[in-house]
Design a protein around this ligand. Structure first.
Ligand code: PNS
Length: 160
């Protein structure tokens, strides 16, 4: 699949070690991986779009075939503009599957040429989410093994 361009979309508020684990797996399989941050999502984000992109660029530097971008509107439209026909999504546990399946099927209905590929992060990240990381930091707990050091620093600065 070295000639395949894949999009790894998400809100990344902030990027966690679970996201990075998936990026590493995706970068091994696909020729190019574009990590794309959703511009407008319903929830009020903790980090601005620029901050989320900056953190992703910093932590994905080790992978030369990984690019960070932003997108708005429909994911399948963005994938078409980028010339990508694979969307990469992570599944941590069975509980993720229902929502992910629904999204993958709807994206297939919107554009049958775009395939969704699911990968599983390491089991040690099966309980990890950006939402829980934000909550732990807000309540003064440790997130050392859950996010990259640069992200932890920014989280502390944001919450203090
Ligand atoms: O990290 P998240 O919040 O789970 O990512 C969700 C994301 C960005 C992949 C999803 O909300 C999305 O694709 N939004 C773009 C709008 C869109 O295409 N909606 C129809 C999906 S079926």
């Amino acid at each position: 699949m070295k000639n395949v361009l894949a999009i790894y979309p998400g809100s990344f508020d902030p990027v966690t070690n679970g996201h990075l684990d998936l990026i590493e797996r995706g970068a091994k399989i696909f020729g190019r991986l574009v990590v794309s941050v959703l511009r407008n999502f319903d929830k009020e984000p903790l980090f601005t779009l620029d901050e989320r992109v900056e953190m992703l660029r910093e932590v994905t530097r080790p992978w030369p075939n990984v690019e960070v971008d932003v997108f708005g509107g429909l994911l399948v439209d963005y994938a078409k503009v980028r010339g990508a026909n694979v969307i990469l999504r992570g599944i941590r546990a069975v509980s993720d599957y229902e929502y992910e399946l629904q999204m993958a099927m709807m994206n297939r209905k919107l554009n049958p040429d775009v395939e969704t590929v699911f990968m599983m992060p390491a089991a040690s990240y099966s309980f990890l989410s950006s939402h829980l990381v934000r909550e732990i930091v807000r309540l003064g707990g440790p997130v050392t093994d859950l996010v990259p050091a640069a992200v932890e620093q920014r989280l502390r600065a944001k919450v203090l």
